[in-house]
Ligand binder design. Structure first.
Ligand code: BTN
Length: 255
């Protein structure tokens, strides 16, 4: 019914008019054994969640709100690679479908014109040294107008509609996102992280910039110099020391 271009991703697809959070639904399905490639999508979320416990506004028909279940056979430390992978795949779909040039802010915010158009929330369930499943929630602002954002995020948020000046059909774009996610996931399994890392660096708006990284209640400022083989962000501080971050929130300093 959805006209998928994928071979396994989204072949098990749960569609809702409204749920609290597609990540929550996906985690419950995964806990009950849902297979890799299961997708949960909703027209609206009443309790959409962002990173760091924030709220993610998800009004009906204004965006693409969905979650994916993956069961990669990797160590928990490698799971953050999937976070970067999702950003690469979504950025590719947005670029292909709109012609706009998306930029990725570490680890996986997708920006257009310096404003956030898409956020990704990765949740991992690990048992000892093995990943049991990873749920990735992706929220793309498609036809949201300025009024759809709360005043506090309005200056930093955008949508495809606001960037293009016209409404965008969501279904073909959703199909393209799933297609790119499947393609990049298979590539990651076959070739490892390096191709993802290269594509991430190409789309990055973080590397080479002055950044402030907020991690573990500490703020580090410096120049973002690289993404390492595990997906960690490396920042050179004014003192010349290079620090490595596997999680945190990046603020780009104005250029
Ligand atoms: C962020 O940038 O803070 C992450 C935002 C993630 C939003 C998506 S929308 C679909 C999925 N369900 C949720 O509750 N959150 C994610």
């Amino acid at each position: 019914a959805v006209g998928l271009k994928t071979s396994w991703l989204g072949r098990q697809l749960y569609y809702y008019d409204e749920v609290g959070s597609t990540n929550q639904v996906a985690k419950e399905l995964a806990d009950n054994g849902a297979p890799e490639g299961t997708v949960v999508v909703a027209e609206a979320q009443s309790g959409g969640r962002g990173r760091r416990g924030r709220l993610w506004l998800s009004p009906p028909q204004k965006g693409i709100w969905f979650s994916l279940i993956f069961r990669p056979r990797v160590a928990p430390t490698q799971a953050s690679q999937l976070t970067l992978l999702a950003a690469v795949a979504v950025a590719a779909a947005v670029r292909k479908y709109t012609g706009l040039p998306p930029g990725i802010k570490w680890p996986n915010d997708i920006l257009l014109g310096g404003r956030k158009v898409c956020g990704i929330l990765t949740e991992i369930k690990a048992e000892m040294d093995a990943v049991e499943y990873i749920v990735q929630g992706i929220g793309l602002n498609v036809n949201a107008e300025a009024d759809d954002f709360t005043p506090d995020v309005r200056p930093y948020a955008t949508s495809l509609f606001l960037e293009l000046g016209r409404r965008v059909a969501r279904l073909p774009l959703f199909q393209e996102m799933l297609y790119q996610l499947e393609k990049w996931y298979e590539r990651w399994q076959e070739e490892g992280f390096e191709p993802v890392r290269r594509a991430w660096k190409e789309a990055s708006v973080t590397l080479g910039r002055e950044v402030a990284v907020n991690s573990w209640r500490e703020v580090t400022t410096g120049v973002a110099v690289d993404i390492d083989a595990e997906g960690a962000l490396k920042v050179r501080t004014a003192g010349g020391e290079v620090r490595r971050f596997t999680s945190g929130e990046v603020t780009l300093r104005p250029v």
